[in-house]
Design a protein around this ligand. Structure first.
Ligand SMILES: O=C(O)C(=O)C[C@]1(C(=O)O)C=C[C@@H](O)C=C1
Length: 431
């Protein structure tokens, strides 16, 4: 896939927008608050699939460890935040406590956490996490005009949307306290699951705190004056290309399809490079932002094209029973798929509906060999199973179902228990 980030050498100076965040690779894993997270249990597959990373170099002298208390966590994040490189921050004064304070918004952070002693709680430790409103910083993958930005706005009206060049960066932005939430696509009604984000949900320790379903209305965008006949290439996010596959053919476009990082980034790329033979599939907002002409409107293969996004936070929300909730879990068993029926029965017996099941390769143990002296060796694939079910973790039936599931699984983690998106159905529009 092409990357359209400024690092690809393409000058985007003509388009004025905040540059997406890019982070230096670093990993930090928080502790999971859910009772059913067996990641810390001996032999847990989670440990195999998401091993606690060695502390990054700047933390190697930090004998207090990471994640033992909220205060430790904040200090660690402050240090890790100093590793953040963004184009925005490059222009600011480099290094120093002031810089970190600006990034994290915690004026009282002690940035030299040398000793083992627990740090006293401060008033900032006790303040509740922001929920809605203009102060909330929400990370998304893509550039302004991406559907993920629209999803962030739907989930948290008036939030400050923070563009990130990769999904992984959006996770890290929350872990490093640069953002309060991340909003990430997990599945589309036409294109299916966004597998990368399932894998990242497991690798990182953020919690799903909500979901939004966004009608996705695609347009074919080209530079002003360009006609369809001039086109030799259409570029967009692979999901968007997949969602418009049939319509592109129906439009009689004999063009190469090329995948890039995000839809709006595709529009920006065409505009910034004055490409008259290339169209982008993106939103109406992207057309406005990057001065593109709409050659065809509503080109998704199905008018009810919807993408489901999840909202992620450092802390889980407290599950409730006064409104419809969904719970997302991931589990594995070292005896392969034979456990699946038992797990599904645990929900069926309690009348709990499953809304989604997804399997992904078990990264640490992808193949299981079963030797039969007479016949040879069977090579079975091993999986992580992701299940969404319609119940809140505050409900006894959900707790009992998971207690039963835990008996059959070598690893079980609750990714989040959160309110379902119950907004009235309104099919895809161009706004
Ligand atoms: O490229 C974008 O605009 C995105 O927000 C990403 C994304 C995706 O990953 O599926 C989101 C919604 C649409 O389904 C198409 C693309």
């Amino acid at each position: 896939m092409h990357s359209l980030t400024p690092s690809s050498g393409i000058s985007l100076k003509s388009v004025r927008r905040p540059a997406p965040f890019r982070l230096v690779p670093t990993r930090l894993v928080t502790q999971c608050a859910y009772r059913f997270d067996s990641a810390n249990a001996p032999n847990a597959a989670a440990n195999a699939s998401a091993p606690a990373p060695a502390p990054p170099p700047s933390l190697t002298n930090y004998s207090g460890g990471v994640g033992r208390s909220r205060a430790d966590w904040q200090s660690s994040c402050a240090i890790l935040a100093s590793k953040v490189v963004s184009q925005q921050q490059d222009t600011k004064t480099a290094g120093g406590a002031d810089n970190l304070t600006a990034v994290n918004g915690h004026k009282t952070l002690d940035l030299v956490p040398i000793d083992n002693l627990p740090r006293p709680l401060t008033i900032t430790d006790l303040s509740p996490a922001p929920m809605h409103g203009s102060d909330l910083r929400v990370a998304y993958q893509g550039v302004p005009g991406a559907y993920s930005e629209a999803a962030a706005g739907k989930a948290y009206p008036n939030c400050e949307a923070i563009p990130c060049d990769q999904f992984e960066v959006a996770f890290q932005a929350v872990e490093l306290w640069i953002a309060d939430r991340a909003v990430l696509p997990v599945e589309n009604s036409l294109g299916g699951s966004i597998h990368r984000n399932y894998d990242l949900l497991l690798r990182h320790r953020l919690h799903i705190v909500g979901e939004v379903q966004l009608p996705v209305h695609h347009c074919l965008l080209a530079l002003p004056g360009v006609r369809k006949e001039y086109l030799t290439r259409v570029i967009s996010h692979p999901q968007a290309l997949a969602q418009c596959e049939l319509t592109l053919t129906k439009l009689g476009l004999n063009v190469a399809r090329e995948a890039v990082d995000d839809t709006a980034g595709a529009a920006e790329f065409v505009a910034a490079n004055n490409l008259r033979d290339t169209a982008a599939i993106a939103s109406v907002r992207a057309a406005d932002l990057y001065g593109m002409q709409i050659l065809a409107d509503g080109i998704q293969d199905d008018s009810s094209n919807v993408t489901r996004f999840v909202m992620l936070a450092r802390e889980p929300i407290i599950p409730r029973t006064d409104r419809p909730f969904k719970t997302s879990i991931v589990f594995a068993h070292d005896k392969g798929t034979s456990v699946l029926f038992k797990v599904l029965s645990a929900f069926a017996f309690r009348n709990i509906s499953l809304t989604k099941i997804e399997s992904r390769p078990h990264r640490n143990c992808p193949i299981r060999l079963v030797d039969d002296a007479n016949v040879g060796t069977a090579k079975h694939f091993e999986y992580m199973f992701y299940v969404d079910f319609e119940a809140s973790m505050a409900e006894v039936r959900a707790q009992n179902a998971l207690a039963e599931v835990q008996e059959f699984t070598s690893f079980l983690r609750v990714l989040g228990s959160y309110p379902m998106d119950m907004t009235p159905w309104c099919p895809s529009r161009g706004d």
